[in-house]
Design a protein around this ligand. Structure first.
Ligand code: SOE
Length: 389
C-alpha cells in the first residue's frame, strides 16, 4: 500500500490573466516534477460572481467565493495565491500570513515601499512559525535566464562592467487603447516602471547577486487621457502613471560590483510585443537574451583565441539546463507559461523542505525601493538618488 501523498490546498485570489497563468502552473507542475506534495486547486476568489464561475470551470478549481476573507479564515486552506492587481496585495498577504497560510504574491510586491515594508515584516514573523512566502517574479524561472545566472556565478563573464535590461512593449502606443487598472496610480502603483521595469530590476539582481546602489531616471506619460474600460466608456479619464521609464544605475556588491547599468521600461516601443532584452558585458565574456526568443541564450567567450571569437547561441533546452531534465527530449522548446509551472514547483518544494523560497518579500521590497528612487529622481530633474539599505 503506498502512503497517501500530502496535499496542499490552494486558494487563489484573481481569475483573469495572472489567475489563468497561475492555475496552469498549479495544474501542470505536479505532472512533470516529482513533488513532495500535491497541490489541490480548491477555491478561486474574485468579485464578479458570474465571471468567477466561468473561470472556476475553465481553470479547474473546485469551489469559488467572492470574499477573500473566507479563504484566509478557512483552516482547510494551506496556501494563498495572490494573482490580483497591486492595490489588493498588502492587505490580503498580511492577513493570510498572520493566519498561518503560505503566500505566493504576484509582482510588483506592492504599490508602495511602505506597503512592501509591512509585508516583509509579516513575512519575517510568519517564517519564524514555518510559514513561507514568495514574490512571483516568474522570469527567474525561464531556463535560459536561470542558465545565465549559473554561468555568471561560475565566473564565465569575469568581472561584469555593464548591464542592460530593456523591457519593451507597445500595447499603449495606440491612443485608442482603453484605460485599465494598470493606468491608474491608485490601483497599480506605477506604470511601465512598476509593471515591467520591476522584472528588469529583479532579473538583474537575480543574475548578478548585486544591489542597485543609485539611479538617475526619466519617466514620461505620452497619452494623458483615454477612454476607460472601467465604467463609462464615453468618458475620458486621466492616465496617472508613466508610459515609459528610463534610468541609469550603479551596482554594488555581488558579481557586478562597480558596474553601471541602463534600464528601459516602456509600453510605447512600437513593434515590440513582449521583448525583455538583457545584455551583460564582462572582462571575460558577455551574455544576451531576449524574451521574444526565450529558449535561446547568446554567449560571447572572450577567453577564446581572438580569431575564434563570436557570439554563440545556446539552445537552453538540454537536460543539463535548469528545469529541463523533466521536460521533453533535448531540443524541444518551452514557452512563456512554463515559467509559472517552474514557479509553483519551486514554491511547493520550499514548503515541503521547510525552507524560505526566493525571491522573498525582501527581494520584492528591494525592487520597490528602486522603483521609488527612479520616480523620485524623475520628479527632481533626474537627480542621482542613492539607495541605502
Ligand atoms: C503586462 O505588461 C504584462 O502582462 C506584465 O504585467 C507581466 O508581468 C509581463 O510578464 C508581461 O506583460
Amino acid at each position: 500500500v503506498t502512503e497517501r501523498k500530502r496535499e496542499l490546498r490552494i486558494a487563489m485570489i484573481g481569475y483573469q490573466f495572472m489567475g489563468a497563468a497561475h492555475s496552469q502552473g498549479w495544474r501542470v507542475a505536479p505532472r512533470f516534477f516529482r513533488l513532495g506534495a500535491e497541490p489541490v486547486l480548491e477555491t478561486i476568489v474574485g468579485r464578479d460572481a458570474q465571471k468567477l464561475e466561468y473561470a472556476r470551470e475553465m481553470l479547474g478549481w473546485r469551489t469559488a467565493t467572492t470574499d477573500w476573507r473566507e479563504v484566509v479564515d478557512d483552516p482547510a486552506i494551506d496556501v494563498i495565491d495572490i494573482a490580483s492587481p497591486g492595490w489588493t496585495h498588502a492587505e490580503i498577504a498580511i492577513a493570510a500570513l498572520n493566519a498561518g497560510k503560505h503566500v505566493i504574491c504576484e509582482k510588483p510586491l506592492a504599490n508602495s515601499v511602505e506597503e512592501a515594508e509591512r509585508m516583509v515584516e509579516a513575512a519575517a514573523a510568519a517564517s519564524e512559525r514555518g510559514v513561507r512566502s514568495m514574490v512571483a517574479f516568474n522570469y527567474r524561472r525561464v531556463p535560459a535566464i536561470a542558465l545565465a545566472r549559473e554561468m555568471i556565478q561560475q565566473g564565465r563573464l569575469g568581472s561584469i562592467r555593464q548591464v542592460r535590461a530593456l523591457y519593451l512593449q507597445d500595447w499603449l502606443s495606440d491612443p485608442g487603447t482603453l484605460l485599465s487598472w494598470r493606468l491608474d496610480r491608485n490601483l497599480a502603483g506605477a506604470g511601465a516602471l512598476g509593471d515591467i521595469g520591476a522584472h528588469a530590476i529583479d532579473t538583474i539582481r537575480f543574475l548578478t547577486s548585486s544591489e542597485i546602489a543609485s539611479v538617475t531616471g526619466t519617466t514620461r506619460t505620452f497619452v494623458h487621457r483615454r477612454r476607460s474600460s472601467l465604467g463609462d466608456r464615453s468618458e475620458l479619464r486621466d492616465v496617472t502613471v508613466d508610459d515609459a521609464a528610463w534610468f541609469t544605475a550603479t551596482l554594488a556588491d555581488g558579481l557586478a560590483d562597480g558596474a553601471i547599468g541602463s534600464f528601459e521600461a516602456t509600453r510605447f516601443s512600437t513593434g515590440r510585443k513582449n521583448s525583455f532584452q538583457l545584455e551583460l558585458s564582462g572582462s571575460d565574456g558577455a551574455l544576451m537574451f531576449d524574451l521574444e526568443r526565450l529558449n535561446e541564450l547568446s554567449f560571447f567567450d572572450a577567453t577564446l583565441p581572438e580569431g575564434m571569437q563570436g557570439f554563440s547561441k545556446i539552445l537552453a533546452t538540454h537536460e543539463t539546463h535548469p528545469y529541463m531534465a523533466n521536460w521533453w527530449p533535448n531540443g524541444n522548446a518551452l514557452g512563456w507559461e512554463h515559467t509559472f509551472v517552474h514557479e509553483m514547483k519551486d514554491f511547493i518544494e520550499a514548503i515541503v523542505n521547510e525552507s524560505d523560497p526566493s525571491p522573498s518579500f525582501q527581494d520584492g521590497l528591494a525592487t520597490q525601493r528602486v522603483i521609488d528612487a527612479v520616480e523620485l529622481s524623475a520628479s527632481n530633474e533626474s537627480r542621482r538618488i542613492s539607495l541605502s539599505s
